[in-house]
Design a protein around this ligand. Structure first.
Ligand code: ADP
Length: 788
């Protein structure tokens, strides 16, 4: 049963609890979408504290301009003791009712959402009492007779139920991973060990993922205490460090601030230092990262989830739902769940941890968190069981001692343009294949390198292929490009299938995983199609997407695309700063060939007004619109509040040969009529460079994990088995992806029907319509810009 709509939507937005990077993008998205829908919007300063003090200011479009690149929250956050009492909440209710605020958007943690929900439950009683006491009028009561509430989570801890990620977690992880990457080189130089303490309170997401993506030797986090009820964690930690130090001069232990042992006793990072120094005699240093983890410029991933959740929150709020809802993310997509269910799950997780029911706590964490913990444990258990100095597998084709024991060789190669994170994927996949009892073989130089193995035979194979040894994979996590080296040569086109077939036989390969972009996918598809001619290709074949352009099917994101996006957003942030106080239009050209992913996401995450995509034909009307926006921007009487430039992001192929960047710039310049000037910026290869971001590394891990399980499953099927199921396993050929946060395996047979080969992009692009619509609503001002 739906109740009547409020007379006028007056929405109060507040950020509460600990601050986190990306909250500003959320405030911007909520404000502008709500304004566009005709609502009035108020910023409630400092969360419940401002609600209690009655500190609320109306927001206009221009008030939230230029805030995306700022850390923290521009509307303030605080903890408010008064709000915990009913009397305190009544005072807050009065201030809301006096302003006619009848809807709340709460951006905070589970504590803040609980507080807001409590206010909602008490709302009718508060209004009745306030009217009876003469503190509000009957008309004021009628305006906000019913309170609407929607929430979503901003916290670096990633401890909220119902979402894969909370706002701020990616920026915090970036700070942590940058710090650990820095510590690696000094640790190596001095042969030191570093113990790094991370935030996260009782949530181990930051620490376990940071340890995984930096190749750290050991991690200690609350949901799965180290060691076991029978094995002291100190023994386990030292055992692993001893083994690793025989192979590597640097070691890192990551400790969550809320870590406990199996008896619930706190594990102090300083104690880890003492234990390592005493037992191993290794010089060990403690680095407590502290509040730097909260600060800095929000990374694009946080801006993205904040914008998406903010936009969805207003949709949900104004759909007049009957109970409060919580917006979360499933991978790249928003999801909506009852707020009370999410809060209850958080409370239950806290209780499980307090009662030392660790397995329950682990099971209650979100999917991405659980996946990280599973992966960590798998790798850690294997490392514990390793002999101190495992022998590298011999590569000579005749020397296959392991074959008799069922050990199979899995070839891993990278193909296409190098993408940051490829090496992290190679390293994790290799380690995981070892945990499954198989031999990972790294192929150098893509398919060209593989073909070389056919000619060198026996001696000299090492120039084309190498066994990927456990400890050598440690440093793969933070390498840019591809450590195995790659190129764009396509199997079946630039490299003959005959030579590949011979090479696979010479190397005695049982499964092949190709990590790369379009060329990699085409190569594997060519091999699949040629199986009737080449029985050597009747083996499990897999493709893992890795390209900064994000132009391959089967996965929402590809490894490396976040580095490209981050470089692009960094550049646009700088371009904007360079134009502060000026009237300037910037036209920024970005990579992506015929796929507009980088341009679209770049616009969404940097606040650029216009994204020109190759997917859409560029018409004169679009250019006119870009001009109108820029004129409107600089026309407004309120432009002192806003950043000094308008930004158009143009994909390198958008507009074809007609509307090149130079043509656009000249046209805009002449049509600016001296009102603003126009500059261009071509980012070029800067977009491809740099170390893999946390998101790239995380994707690399997830895809490697999903792929390894699939490969191991297929290899477990008896080669002599001739049944239909066994044949299907022997001939598996799939794209490994992550869609809406879940691993998905797409049969390679579908490749042709999923892509536009001429334009080298998927026919269906999940981001195209929705993101363009959101960006248009948020970034493009109305005509009366600044006055809404
Ligand atoms: P978070 O929202 O990040 O979990 P806190 O738990 O510190 O952060 O909560 C932030 C604020 O929310 C508190 O200062 C308080 O004002 C309010 N709050 C938290 N829990 C409750 C509760 N159970 N009842 C009422 N208000 C609460």
């Amino acid at each position: 049963m739906s109740s009547p709509l409020p007379h006028q939507w007056r929405i109060g937005i507040f950020t509460s609890g600990g601050d986190s990077c990306g909250m500003n993008s959320a405030v911007r998205a909520c404000t502008r979408i709500a304004l566009r829908r005709g609502a009035q919007v108020f910023a409630i300063k400092d969360g419940f504290a401002g609600m209690h003090r009655g500190e609320m200011v109306e927001l206009t479009w221009a008030d939230v301009a230029g805030i995306m690149a700022r850390g923290g929250t521009v509307i303030g956050t605080a903890r408010c003791a008064e709000f915990r009492s009913e009397a305190g909440r009544r005072v807050a209710a009065m201030h809301l009712a006096v302003r006619g605020i009848n809807a709340l958007v709460c951006i905070g943690g589970d504590g803040s959402l609980t507080g807001a929900d409590t206010l909602l439950r008490e709302w009718p009683a508060h209004l009745a009492a306030l009217e009876a006491e003469g503190k509000i009028t009957a008309a004021q009561r009628a305006q906000c007779d019913r309170l609407h509430l929607v929430g979503f989570t901003g916290t670096i801890d990633n401890d909220m139920a119902g979402t894969d990620a909370t706002i701020g977690v990616w920026s915090a992880l970036t700070r942590i991973v940058d710090a650990i990457d820095c510590l690696q080189s000094t640790a190596e130089s001095h042969r030191r060990c570093f113990v790094v303490e991370c935030m996260g309170r009782a949530s181990g997401f930051l620490s376990v993922l940071a340890a995984l993506v930096t190749g750290s030797e050991y991690a200690i986090f609350p949901e799965a205490p180290p060691g076991s009820p029978r094995v002291d964690w100190r023994d386990e930690m030292c055992d692993i460090l001893r083994k690793c130090r025989a192979k590597s001069s640097a070691s890192v232990v990551v400790v969550c601030e809320g870590a406990v042992d199996w008896a619930g006793k706190r594990i102090d990072a300083a104690e880890c230092v003492r234990v390592i120094e005493e037992r191993l005699g290794v010089e060990t240093r403690l680095t407590v990262l502290g509040h730097v983890q909260r600060g800095g410029v929000p990374v694009p991933a946080d801006r993205y989830i904040a914008t998406m959740m903010g936009a969805r929150a207003i949709d949900v709020l104004m759909s007049d739902m009957s109970e409060p809802q919580c917006v979360g993310m499933a991978g790249e997509t928003t999801v909506v769940l009852p707020l009370r269910q999410c809060v209850a799950q958080c409370v239950e997780t806290g209780r499980a941890l307090k009662e030392l029911r660790f397995a329950d706590a682990e099971a209650l964490r979100c999917g991405s968190h659980r996946e990280c913990m599973r992966l960590w444990k798998r790798l850690n258990d294997y490392q514990l069981a390793l002999p101190a100095a495992p022998a590298a597998a011999p590569l000579h084709s005749l020397d296959r001692r392991g074959a008799a024991l069922g050990v199979k060789r899995v070839a891993i190669l990278t193909c296409g343009a190098p993408a940051p994170g490829m090496s992290a994927c190679v390293g994790t996949l290799a380690r995981l294949m070892l945990t499954h009892g198989h031999e990972p073989i790294g192929i150098r130089d893509g398919f060209v390198g593989l073909a070389r193995a056919a000619t060198v035979r026996g001696g000299g194979i090492e120039s084309a292929a190498e066994p990927l040894e456990w400890f050598a994979m440690r440093d793969m996590m933070h390498l840019g490009g591809s450590a195995l080296s790659c190129n764009r040569d396509v199997a079946g086109k630039d490299v003959t299938l005959d030579s590949i077939a011979v090479a696979l036989a010479v190397l005695d390969i049982s499964a092949l995983v190709v990590i790369g972009g379009f060329e990699g996918f085409q190569s594997v598809d060519n091999m699949r199609r040629a199986r009737d001619r080449f029985p050597q290709f009747a083996m499990p074949l897999f493709c893992i997407p890795a390209t900064i352009s994000c132009n391959v099917p089967g996965s929402d994101l590809s490894i490396g695309c976040d580095r490209g996006l981050t470089n692009l957003v960094d550049a646009v942030d700088k371009v904007k700063q360079s134009a502060v106080g000026m009237r300037r239009m910037f036209c920024v050209e970005v990579m992506g060939r015929f796929c507009g992913y980088l341009a679209m996401l770049g616009a969404l995450c940097s606040g650029a007004e216009i994204a020109l995509l190759p997917e859409n034909p560029l018409r004169l009307a679009d250019l006119q619109a870009a001009l109108d926006v820029t004129h409107a921007r600089f026309d407004t009487a309120f432009n002192d509040k806003i950043n000094g430039c308008a930004v158009v992001i143009k994909n390198e192929c958008a507009g074809g040969d007609v509307f090149t960047l130079d043509v656009l710039v000249n046209l805009f310049e002449s049509e600016s009529k001296g009102h603003f000037d126009v500059r261009k910026s071509v980012l070029g290869h800067l977009q491809q460079g740099g170390l893999p971001t946390v998101v790239d590394r995380f994707y690399a891990l997830r895809l490697a994990l999903a792929c390894s399980q699939r490969v191991a499953g297929a290899l477990a099927v008896d080669a002599a088995d001739d049944s239909a199921e066994a044949n299907a396993a022997h001939n598996l050929c799939e794209i490994v992806g992550v869609v809406k946060g879940e691993p998905v395996f797409t049969p390679m047979e579908k490749f042709d029907s999923l892509v536009n080969k001429a334009l080298r992009r998927p026919k269906e692009q999940w981001w195209l319509k929705e993101l363009a619509a959101i960006n248009e609503t948020i970034a493009l001002p109305n005509k009366d810009y600044g006055r809404q």
